[in-house]
Design a protein around this ligand. Structure first.
Ligand SMILES: Nc1ncnc2c1ncn2[C@@H]1O[C@H](COP(=O)(O)OP(=O)(O)OP(=O)(O)O)[C@@H](O)[C@H]1O
Ligand SMILES: [Mg+2]
Length: 385
């Protein structure tokens, strides 16, 4: 039975049942009292003759009966109308919102998430709508994220194919040159072999980056955390970076504002990788002459902030929010031969997050870029000695 018929049936049967019960109660009550008066006073008593007798006579007249029956019919009809109105009101207040939920469910089933479920009421139906609406928003966000991730994956495959194909093509070209005898002199042969070597190293680096990234994503990289002195560790990193950058005529400045005894718990190799990725980006993309890279260490509450800044061209506001996304490269870096695969900074983010820290970037056009990350300090263990 449909809900509408069920409600109608319930309301009508309630009305009829209550009418019958009330009538039975009234008549039995009256009959009982008349009978009591009759038996108490007797039919010859003047009280009986003045009160009960006229009542009985009135009841026995056909006009009175007709009047009472008409009255009962009118009351029953009026109650039926009220019952139908109540049933319909209940029906619309339940079925209408239910129909909307059904339409919304159909939309979701068909993959359409671009609609809104709005209701201002604060009752249970309003709560159901609000829950449904938040579910729809969540599904929509997930669907959009998935589309975005699929798009990035497709882009990534085409970028990787391109990044691998470029060195492969030149390796093949140089090998053909050697086979065809173009590398006729020992110098030429040496040049060809060195180029082949460089290209295979490039490919090896790329494949290593990819392997590392997928391992970090699957959380299968064993992090080797140890407690180190922040000053010693970063001092050592700074010396290594200075040496390396100096060989490329890049100026490196190191500022340490940390307390002398600051201790960190970190994975030495992974944090060095973070620094190299960030500095490597400045070398590749800053395009400043002279290029100056600075590393600054500061205390920020219970954390140590490490900031790496360059004086390069900067990153556009459009690209900045995405540079930590996997495989994201700013448009300006895509066409350049120096462009990587867009994994470096996503590896940085994953590593820093594994350390319980956060990474962020700020940049200003033609002024430079600052990438900074926070590392939690090791808790000081106080001894009574
Ligand atoms: N210091 C910087 N100056 C200008 N642009 C930068 C800088 N650092 C990063 N970028 C931009 O951010 C993008 C993402 O950097 P990320 O390190 O993730 O990838 P990549 O360097 O392109 O590739 P990979 O690191 O995998 O070799 C770069 O492609 C570049 O466009
Ligand atoms: Mg990089």
């Amino acid at each position: 039975m449909k809900l509408k018929n069920r409600l109608l049936f319930i309301c009508l049967s309630m009305v009829l049942l209550s009418t019958v019960m009330i009538s039975v109660a009234i008549f039995s009550y009256l009959g009982f009292h008349l009978h009591r008066v009759e038996s108490q006073y007797g039919t010859s008593d003047p009280n009986y003759q003045t009160v009960v007798q006229p009542l009985k006579q009135m009841w026995n007249t056909p006009q009175t009966r007709e009047l009472l029956i008409d009255l009962a019919i009118m009351v029953i009809l009026a109650l039926c109308v009220v019952a139908i109105a109540v049933a319909l009101w209940l029906y619309w207040s339940i079925v209408d919102p239910l129909k909307k939920v059904q339409i919304a469910t159909d939309n979701i089933k068909n993959g359409n998430l671009d609609f809104e479920m709005n209701i201002n009421s604060k009752d249970e139906i309003g709560e159901l709508y609000a829950d449904f609406e938040s579910m729809r928003k969540r599904l929509k966000d997930n669907a959009e994220e998935k589309i975005e991730a699929d798009k990035r994956d497709r882009e990534f495959i085409s970028n990787i194919s391109h990044d691998l194909k470029t060195p492969l093509t030149s390796i093949r070209g140089y090998c053909e040159g050697i086979m065809d005898g173009v590398a006729s002199t020992p110098e030429k042969m040496d040049k060809y072999i060195r180029t082949i070597y460089t290209k295979t190293t490039e490919m090896d680096d790329l494949i290593n980056q990819l392997t590392l990234y997928s391992k970090i994503e699957q959380k299968s990289v064993p992090f080797n955390f140890t407690q180190v002195s922040a000053n010693e560790f970063f001092g050592d990193c700074a010396s290594a970076l200075e040496l390396e950058l100096d060989a490329q005529n890049i100026k490196f400045e190191y500022t340490n504002r940390l307390r002398q005894d600051a201790q960190l718990i970190l994975d030495d190799e992974q944090i060095r990788r973070v620094l190299n990725n960030i500095v490597g980006n400045s070398v590749k993309y800053a395009h400043a002459n002279p290029l100056v890279i600075t590393m600054t260490l500061e205390d920020v509450g219970g954390d140590v902030r490490v900031s790496l800044a360059d004086n390069g061209v900067g990153i556009s506001p459009k690209d900045l929010p995405h540079i930590f996304d996997r495989f994201y490269r700013a448009d300006s870096s895509r066409n350049r031969s120096t462009g990587g695969s867009g994994i470096g900074l996503s590896i940085v983010k994953s590593i820093i997050e594994e350390h319980g820290g956060r990474v962020q970037a700020s940049s200003e056009k033609d002024k430079g870029t600052v990438i900074s990350f926070l590392l939690r300090k090791a808790k000081e263990v106080k001894t009574d000695e």
